[in-house]
Design a protein around this ligand. Structure first.
Ligand SMILES: [Ca+2]
Ligand SMILES: [Ca+2]
Length: 163
């Protein structure tokens, strides 16, 4: 709802997030996903100008990627990619942090199988494999995108429900 945004804030500047991890393109992809999501809400105008009403500043602080669960033969059943990002939404005029929070998200994947037949609900939405249109492609890349989408939508939701 439009009413939830502070009255003096009409636009937002979203500089490329800083990446303190070794994961290539994570900050770029997250920044562009958040920018798209905010633009599609049509509530806050996304702007490049430095004298914007507000800014979203983010730092990708850590990535964790590795075995998460094992089967009865102690083989890895499920890998999990997760990361965290420290985010501030700043009221530039009043120099106040409207939001200061760490967000995290994850996606699951398996090494040997295709996400459409790996028996994992990769995006944790309750739909599995061939019953989920989102489960296809490169397994690890999918897990990364799932984590990015989750974090982007949590950030945008928390901005839109601040007040
Ligand atoms: Ca799913
Ligand atoms: Ca799957």
């Amino acid at each position: 709802m439009a009413g939830s945004i502070p009255a003096n804030i009409n636009n937002v500047n979203i500089p490329l997030f800083q990446n303190d991890t070794a994961e290539f393109e994570l900050a770029e992809n997250l920044t562009s996903k958040i920018t798209q999501e905010i633009a599609s809400q049509n509530i806050l105008k996304v702007t490049n100008i430095e004298n914007s009403d507000s800014s979203i500043i983010g730092i990708v602080t850590d990535v964790s990627d590795g075995p998460f669960s094992f089967d009865s033969n102690e083989q890895v059943d499920e890998y999990r990619f997760s990361f965290s990002v420290k985010v501030k939404w700043i009221d530039n005029e009043n120099d106040i942090n409207l939001i200061e929070k760490t967000f995290s998200g994850f996606g699951t994947y398996s090494i040997n199988n295709d996400p459409s037949s790996d028996g994992l609900d990769n995006d944790n939405d309750g739909l599995l494999d061939e019953n989920d249109d989102d489960e296809f492609g490169d397994s690890r890349e999918l897990a990364i995108n799932i984590a990015i989408n989750k974090i982007a939508s949590d950030i945008v939701n928390s901005i839109l429900s601040t007040w």
